[in-house]
Design a protein around this ligand. Structure first.
Ligand SMILES: C[S@@+](CC[C@H](N)C(=O)[O-])C[C@H]1O[C@@H](n2cnc3c(N)ncnc32)[C@H](O)[C@@H]1O
Length: 209
């Protein structure tokens, strides 16, 4: 049986953005409760409470400053498990947020994440660690039907990506692409899930059939 918590929802007043001067231009980045996230300023348009409430657990690979992790935890009704090699931000606190400091690519961490994915209910797995395509390849074979896997800094194609960069004021280069993960999509029977929507926010989104 899956554990589903009902929580008080976040308020939009907690959301803001900061400007990061990248080499290629000024990026508008998301900030939540004053904690920065490596996401576009408009990310909450895609990761809505309604969308997140459809999952029984959320696993984020790579928490960095923990702003997005805290946003996910406050917006969702389930547990959020987030991994990073860095020390977690002590300011990022929610009773359903589990910040786990481990090397993502160590075998015991991989096993731990696979066990989480295999738990009862629906999993949302967000690949946003050091090597998103590798993470997608590592974990996509273990998804259950209806689970969703996403990878960040995603380019469906380069022309589209540069148009979106202008639109979203996000001038970081892509770190994952459709081309790089096509073999995993085919092998693991994945299909685009709200693909056009999430692509606008630099996430590649796929569901296990
Ligand atoms: C792009 S950041 C994550 C951004 C975060 N998801 C957000 O939205 O704000 C990537 C993170 O992956 C982490 N990372 C890189 N290699 C790792 C490893 N081997 N194990 C765990 N975390 C790793 C980095 O420390 C970094 O914080």
């Amino acid at each position: 049986m899956s554990l589903v918590r009902k929580r008080t929802r976040r308020s939009r007043e907690n959301e803001s953005f900061y400007v990061f001067n990248s080499e290629r231009g000024r990026c508008n980045c998301f900030e939540y409760k004053g904690i920065s996230a490596s996401q576009v300023a408009t990310i909450s348009e895609a990761f809505t409470e309604g969308f997140l409430s459809g999952f029984d657990r959320i696993i984020e690979l790579g928490y960095h400053k923990c702003g997005f992790s805290l946003f996910l935890a406050d917006s969702a009704t389930c547990e959020v498990f987030s991994y990073d090699i860095l020390s977690p931000n002590p300011e990022a606190k929610a009773d359903n947020l589990n910040l786990i400091q481990k090397d993502l690519y160590a075998q015991n961490t991989i096993n731990e994440i696979i066990l989480l994915i295999k738990g009862d209910g629906r999993t949302l797995l967000l690949c946003d660690g050091g090597d998103k395509c590798h993470e997608f390849g590592l974990f996509s074979p273990h998804l259950k039907p209806d689970d969703v896997i996403m990878l960040h800094d995603y380019a469906d194609n380069l022309k589209d990506y540069s148009l979106l960069q202008e639109k979203q004021k996000w001038f970081f280069g892509h770190e994952s692409s459709r081309h790089a993960i096509t073999k995993y999509i085919i092998k693991n029977n994945l299909r685009g899930f709200q693909y056009q929507l999430f692509k606008e926010y630099f996430w590649g989104s796929f569901k296990k059939e």
